[in-house]
Design a protein around this ligand. Sequence first.
Ligand code: FES
Length: 107
Amino acid sequence: MLNKIRLCSTAEVASDLPLCVNPEGYPAIAVYNLDGNYYATDDLCTHGSASLSEGYQEGDEISCPFHGGAFNIKTGAATAFPCREALQCYPLLVEDNIIYINLEKTD
Ligand code: FES
């Protein structure tokens, strides 16, 4: 069963500066603003314990702050070594400038 969770307002996500959001009971989510379109992925790099929201966003790519690996923000695909495993992406819903995500209930 899916659970609609409020992540943040659109004003909180600057262009090219991802925001880390910690929905209670779920893994941290990185929210991205790409020219006014919003995307979300897991915040945790698939290569190690780095927070991607502390990395460097350039266009539709996020680079990990630890070892320079990178991912496509829209697809989650790993785009630079040493990252090989894709990131989990999440569809978002924007209503009245509030960004929501649907996550699977864990209980
Ligand atoms: S932890 Fe992200 S590239 Fe190594």
